[in-house]
Design a protein around this ligand. Structure first.
Ligand SMILES: NC(=O)c1ccc[n+]([C@@H]2O[C@H](COP(=O)([O-])OP(=O)(O)OC[C@H]3O[C@@H](n4cnc5c(N)ncnc54)[C@H](O)[C@@H]3O)[C@@H](O)[C@H]2O)c1
Ligand SMILES: CC(C)=CCC/C(C)=C/C=C/C(C)=C/C=C/C(C)=C/C=C/C=C(C)/C=C/C=C(C)/C=C/C=C(\C)CCC=C(C)C
Length: 585
C-alpha cells in the first residue's frame, strides 16, 4: 500500500487501518518490534520510509498535538505524513541523553493517563493505534514550598490534599470546598462525554442531545477564569495567592487569566486519573505513537524534515508543503503543529499576503509566554543530606518561591523554581545511586540575545550558581557537592531544539479574556489549512494538545468525507456562524 501511495495521485483512501501490531496479536503472531529505543539522539527509525508525494493529511511537526491527530486520522484509514524538523518525535515532550542519564527536555508532569472516563487523552491517543505504555503513579502531584511558610502537598488522594489545605486555612474551609468543587463540576461534565471537535456541528448537536446538563454546565464555565470563581468563594489573600500559584505552575499566568475549563481539568484529573510517569521516560509516549502510526498503511513519520513553506493551489487553498531540501508533499489537508507565530508570523510558513485578518485578532488577544531556563543535573544520592526515596518522603515534583512579588517577574533564577526528579519514581533513568534533577525557571529570550559565546556561557554558569544555592539552602542540603555534571539550557536552547518561537512555552492571554471562548479551534481562515497543538483550543499541556489533536482529526475527517457530517452548506453555515460569534468575543 505504501508503494501505491508513491505512484497513485490523487490519493485513494485505505480501508480503516488496523495497526499491524494489533493484527499480529489477533492472529497469534509476535508483533513487530516498535520504534527502537534511541540510546543516543539519532533518528529513532531504523530504515526511514520514503517521503510520499501525496497524502490525505500532511503534518508540520510531531508534538503531541500532531501525533494524536495523525494517529486518529491514520486509525480512520487516512494516509498521513508527519514531517518533523528535529531528529526525534515529541517536541516539548522530547528528551536527550548524557553519559547514561536520560533527561526530559520539557514535559515531565503528565496528566491524561487515567484508565476511566473520557479525559484520559494520552491513554486514548496511544490506544487509537493499538498502543499502551507502563506508567508509575505519583502519590503527590507537586509539593509547594512558598512564602508565608506555606508548605502544601497536593496528594493524589483529593481528601488528603483538602485536609492539608484546610488545616492551614481553617477559616476558609467552605470557600476551599466550593472552589475545588466547581473544578470537579467542570471535570465531571467533560469526563462523561466523547471529546471531539467543537467546530463540527453534527458532533455538537449529538453531544448536546446525549448530555444536555453537562453541556449547559460547560457553557456556564467556558467564558470564565479560575480567578473569578476563586474570588466568588475565598477572601483570604494568602490563599488567593496560593491559588494563583496553583494556576501559574502549569498555565504560567495567575488565576485571573487562567480559563476555568482548564483549571477544572488540571485540579481534578490529578486526583482522578492522577499524575503518572511513563516508565523509561516521557519520550515513550511519542515513540509508541510514532510506531503505531507507521504500522498503518500509507502512513509515515519523517525526521530531519523541516518544512519551509505551505503551498497553495489556484483557489488559494493549502494543498501541500515544501521542505527546506526542496522536496514537496501534496495533501488534501495541511496541519501545522508549529506555533501560531511560526505558522502565520513574519518569516512564518504562510507568506504575508495570505495571512487572514482573523490571525490579527489572535495576536490582539494572545502573547507568547516566556520560555524557561533549564538546569539538567546528574546528582549523587550519597552526597545529599536528605532522603531521596518516596519512602523517605521525597516527592518527584516541587515548586519553590521565596517572595510572592517574584512569582511572575523575577529574572536571573530568582523567581519560581519548578523541580522535577523523575528518578524518585523510575530508577532506570540513571545509573544506580544517581538522580536526575530537572530544575527550570521562567526566562525570556531577550535576556540571552546578543551575547558573545563567553558571556553566554558565563550567564548560564551564573544561573546555575544562583539556583543551586537557593535549592541547597531550602530543599536539598549538600546539593552543590553532589552534582556529578550539569547542563544548562537557555531560552535560545528551547528555541533551537523545540522549534518554538522565542522558545516560548505557549500562548497566554494578553489581557483578561472570557475564559476559553476566543481560543481558536483547528480550522483556520485559509481553506485546507488547520492548526493543532497549544496555539489552539484549549492551549498548553500534553493532554490539552492531545485534545486539540482529537478535535483536529475529527474536523479534518469530516472535511475529507472520512466520517459523516451535516450536508456541506449547512455544516459550513453553522461553523461560520459559530466562529463569527466567537470572533466578536
Ligand atoms: N506537562 C509538562 O510538564 C509540560 C512541560 C513543557 C511543555 N509542555 C507542553 O507540551 C505542549 C506541546 O505540544 P504541541 O503539540 O503544541 O507542540 P510542540 O511544540 O511540542 O511540537 C511541535 C513540533 O513541531 C516541530 N516543528 C516546528 N516547526 C517545524 C517545521 N517548520 N517543520 C517541521 N517541524 C517543525 C518542532 O520541532 C516540534 O517537534 C505544549 O503545550 C507545552 O506547553 C508540557
Ligand atoms: C460550542 C461551545 C463553544 C461550547 C459548547 C459546550 C461544550 C460542549 C464545551 C466543551 C468543551 C470541551 C470539550 C473542553 C475540553 C477541554 C479540555 C480537554 C481541556 C484540557 C486541559 C488540560 C490542561 C490545561 C492541562 C495542562 C497541563 C499542563 C500545562 C501541565 C504543565 C505542567 C508543568 C509545566 C509542570 C511543571 C511542574 C513541575 C516540574 C514541578
Amino acid at each position: 500500500m505504501r508503494l501505491a501511495f508513491q505512484i497513485s495521485i490523487p490519493v485513494t483512501r485505505a480501508a480503516p487501518c488496523v495497526p499491524r501490531a494489533a493484527l499480529d496479536r489477533k492472529q497469534g503472531r509476535r508483533p513487530r518490534a516498535s520504534v527502537a529505543r534511541a540510546s543516543n539522539l539519532t533518528s529513532s527509525k531504523k530504515t526511514p520510509a520514503p517521503l510520499p508525494e501525496a497524502v490525505d493529511a500532511v503534518f508540520i511537526g510531531s508534538g503531541m498535538g500532531a501525533l494524536t491527530a495523525a494517529a486518529d486520522l491514520a486509525s480512520k484509514g487516512a494516509s498521513v505524513a508527519v514531517l518533523e524538523s528535529y531528529i526525534i518525535p515529541g517536541g516539548s515532550s522530547g528528551w536527550f541523553e548524557r553519559k547514561g542519564f536520560r533527561f526530559d527536555a520539557g514535559a515531565s508532569m503528565i496528566f491524561g493517563f487515567g484508565e476511566r472516563g473520557t479525559t484520559n487523552l494520552l491513554t486514548r491517543a496511544l490506544a487509537t493505534v493499538g498502543k499502551r505504555i507502563a506508567t508509575v503513579p505519583d502519590a503527590v502531584q507537586v509539593r509547594y514550598h512558598l512564602p508565608d511558610e506555606l508548605d502544601i502537598k497536593v496528594h493524589r488522594e483529593y481528601d488528603e490534599f483538602l485536609e492539608g489545605l484546610i488545616k492551614r486555612f481553617p477559616h476558609e474551609e467552605k470557600g476551599i470546598r466550593k472552589f475545588y468543587g466547581a473544578c470537579w463540576s467542570v471535570f465531571n461534565s467533560l469526563n462523561c462525554m466523547p471529546l471531539r471537535s467543537l467546530e463540527e456541528p453534527n458532533y455538537l448537536l449529538q453531544v448536546f442531545a446525549a448530555h444536555p446538563i453537562a453541556c449547559l454546565n460547560l457553557l456556564r464555565f467556558i467564558g470564565r477564569n479560575a480567578g473569578d470563581i476563586a474570588r466568588d468563594h475565598i477572601k483570604d489573600e494568602t490563599l488567593l495567592k496560593f491559588i494563583d500559584m496553583e494556576c501559574y505552575s502549569w498555565s504560567v499566568v495567575p488565576a485571573d487569566l487562567t480559563p476555568m475549563i482548564n483549571a477544572g481539568m488540571v485540579f481534578s484529573d490529578r486526583h482522578y486519573g492522577g499524575i503518572n510517569y511513563p516508565v523509561g521516560g516521557v519520550e515513550r509516549i511519542s515513540e509508541e505513537i510514532v510506531a503505531g502510526i507507521e504500522e498503518c498503511d500509507g502512513c509515515s513519520v519523517h525526521f530531519r524534515a523541516k518544512v519551509k513553506k505551505i503551498l497553495f493551489d489556484g483557489t488559494g487553498a493549502a494543498c501541500g508543503v515544501k521542505l527546506v531540501n526542496g522536496r514537496t508533499v501534496s495533501a488534501k489537508a495541511v496541519i501545522s503543529n508549529a506555533t501560531r507565530w511560526d505558522t502565520f508570523g513574519e518569516k512564518g510558513l504562510v507568506e504575508a499576503e495570505r495571512v487572514p485578518p482573523s490571525e490579527e485578532r489572535f495576536r490582539e488577544r494572545y502573547v507568547k509566554s516566556p520560555s524557561f531556563c533549564s538546569l539538567h543535573m546528574a546528582v549523587r544520592e550519597k552526597d545529599l543530606e536528605v532522603g531521596m526515596s518516596e519512602k523517605e518522603g521525597m516527592d518527584c515534583h516541587h515548586i519553590m518561591l521565596d517572595d510572592w512579588d517574584e512569582i511572575e517577574t523575577a529574572r536571573d533564577g530568582k523567581g519560581t523554581l519548578f523541580i522535577s526528579i523523575p528518578t524518585v519514581l523510575d530508577k532506570s533513568l540513571a545509573p544506580p545511586g544517581m538522580h536526575i534533577f530537572h530544575v527550570f525557571t521562567p526566562s525570556w529570550v531577550d535576556e540571552w540575545e546578543g551575547l558573545s559565546g563567553e558571556k553566554y556561557r558565563a550567564k548560564k554558569a551564573a544561573m546555575l550558581e544562583t539556583i543551586v544555592a537557593r535549592l541547597e539552602k531550602k530543599l536539598f542540603p549538600g546539593l552543590q557537592s553532589a552534582i556529578e555534571f550539569s547542563e544548562v539550557g537557555s531560552a535560545r536552547t528551547h528555541r533551537k531544539y523545540l522549534g518554538r518561537v522565542d522558545g516560548s512555552y505557549g500562548p497566554v492571554a494578553k489581557k483578561k479574556l472570557r475564559g476559553l471562548l476566543s481560543m481558536p479551534f483547528n480550522r483556520t481562515d485559509v481553506d485546507g489549512l488547520y492548526c493543532v497543538g497549544d496555539s489552539t483550543f484549549p492551549g498548553q499541556g500534553l493532554n490539552a494538545t492531545a485534545f486539540s489533536g482529537f478535535a483536529c482529526a475529527h474536523r479534518v475527517a469530516a472535511d475529507l468525507g472520512i466520517i459523516g457530517s451535516l450536508p456541506g452548506p449547512i455544516d459550513r453555515f453553522l461553523t461560520d456562524l459559530l466562529s463569527r460569534q466567537r470572533l466578536k468575543l
